[in-house]
Design a protein around this ligand. Structure first.
Ligand code: FUL
Length: 472
């Protein structure tokens, strides 16, 4: 009994560690061994849960909303922060309507202004006219998430233009305290987003961030949360355009200097060029000393800026552009993080809501009806053949691998049968969690997926055919 109790007490931790982590490559490992190892690197449970969220939303809101800036300046008076109709339920409802499953609240941006009444500083909502200084934006967003069944994430900028401690060791403790408040006072948090921006402090010195100290706070208070961007669980895709790579590998090499358990002994991301076109091909992993699961997140704003600017009301991304971004992020083995910046009223602007509604209706009309749903499939290890009962017209294919066991497909081709034999319709490289391919409408009654290269036997869990609605 005692043994059982002890075992169950340790089991969750053991589970978190069994997947994820670093897979070592030995000096004597040949190419086949490296490939086999790469095929078996798998996500930690927290990374897997995060991946399945698919679509998440950012709320950039704060002093910049009222000063028409993007990064802010030191010393802006809290008196300027005064939303007239702030409604966090409208924010969360909008995100949910769009299809997102998690929202990340920017609790403090680079200017240092805290959207919750932090005990660490006076530079907070407490000293603003909003709600007579009794307001707490983070609490309102957390409550709206709870009510609407959405998950919560927190962005806390390490760069802080306001703190007089910034640039000194004492700032690390100040930051740890802010993080502790946010991760202990607002219920479950599923993602903590650390930006890498690092400006000069009042003494002209740049802060040396104690990332490991920050990671420990997150692991202790919210062990289920992924630490994103400047963290060990989620990798920035490398652009803010909304477009992921055609070949997006979740398994990437880790340099020799960074071979301990992610988050326990090393700062992430590992040194290297995260913006490189190729992060995980055979060539890249061939020279690695270690491999890790480090999946990609695509962050992009619905407007040109991260914060709301009145003169960008007419520059909201069009619904078709948002659909294109969805297909090029979620549909390229990434999680989409779309920024929706509330305006000076404290509402997501009507133009943004309208664009999201139309985007959602296009996505539903396209992907809500899998034309291959009840179609018998013949399969072997490298091929799946669909034989619908009569010809179907489709212009989208969605593929998924069992990513929980690893990422294996390196290249594939989609073909259809016509009178003259099999013809190529589309081809691609990686699949991973999800891959969406788009092409001109095709009418066929025999369609197949052929895996042309893989690192081990892949398990294709989904092969769907879809038709996008006609443009009016
Ligand atoms: C960047 C920041 O500098 C931007 O203001 C924004 O918060 C974006 C998501 O990350 O690095």
């Amino acid at each position: 009994m005692v043994i059982l109790l002890l075992f169950s007490a340790f089991f969750p931790k053991a589970q978190e560690q069994r997947h994820g982590g670093i897979t070592m490559i030995g000096a004597g490992d040949d190419k086949a061994t490296i490939l086999h190892k790469a095929a078996h690197v798998s996500p930690s449970p927290r990374q897997a849960r995060w991946q399945e969220l698919e679509f998440t939303v950012f709320f950039h809101f704060g002093m910049n909303t009222f000063t028409d800036r993007e990064w802010g300046i030191k010393g802006t008076s809290p008196a300027l922060f005064n939303p007239t109709a702030l409604d966090a339920e409208q924010w969360v409802k909008t995100a949910k309507m769009a299809g997102a499953r998690l929202v990340i609240m920017v609790a403090k941006h680079h200017d240092g202004f805290c959207l919750w009444p932090s005990k660490s500083t006076d530079y907070t909502v407490k000293n603003s006219p909003w709600k007579g200084g009794k307001g707490d934006v983070v609490a309102e967003v957390a409550a709206a998430c709870r009510k609407q069944g959405m998950k919560l994430g927190i962005y806390l900028s390490p760069w802080d233009m306001n703190s007089s401690l910034y640039g000194t060791e004492a700032y690390n403790e100040f930051f740890r305290n802010q993080l502790t408040e946010l991760l202990s006072g607002y219920g479950p948090v599923e993602e903590v987003w650390f930006d890498g921006a690092c400006g000069e402090g009042p003494n002209g010195v740049r802060q040396v961030y104690d990332w490991l100290r920050y990671y420990r706070v997150v692991r202790k208070l919210q062990p289920q949360a992924v630490i994103a961007v400047m963290g060990p669980d989620v990798r920035w895709v490398g652009t803010e355009s909304g477009y992921g790579r055609e070949a997006e590998w979740s398994v990437v090499p880790v340099p020799e200097t960074c071979l301990r358990e992610p988050g326990s002994g090393d700062v992430f991301p590992p040194p290297g060029d995260l913006m490189a076109a190729d992060l995980g091909s055979r060539e890249k992993i061939g020279n690695a000393r270690g491999l890790m699961w480090y999946p990609s997140e695509v962050d992009v704003s619905i407007r040109p800026g991260w914060f709301y600017h009145h003169d960008q009301d007419t520059a909201v991304k069009r619904p078709e552009e948002l659909v294109d971004i969805y297909c090029s992020s979620v549909g390229r083995n990434s999680v989409l993080l779309l920024n929706l910046p509330p305006d000076q009223r404290g509402l997501i602007h009507e133009n943004d809501v309208a664009a999201l509604q139309k985007m959602r209706s296009i996505l539903d009309a396209t992907f809500g009806n899998d034309l291959a749903k009840n179609v018998p499939a013949l399969r072997n290890d490298s091929m799946i053949l669909l034989k619908p009962n009569g010809k179907v017209t489709f212009d989208r294919v969605m593929l998924q691998e069992n990513f929980r066991q690893g990422q294996r497909v390196e290249s594939f081709v989609i073909e259809y049968l016509d009178d003259a034999g099999w013809k190529e319709l589309a081809r691609g490289t990686t699949i991973g969690y999800k891959r969406i391919l788009r092409f001109q409408p095709m009418r066929a009654n025999q369609i197949r997926l052929r895996i042309t290269s893989a690192r081990d036997v892949p398990e294709i869990t989904h092969f769907g055919l879809y038709k996008a609605p006609q443009e009016p």
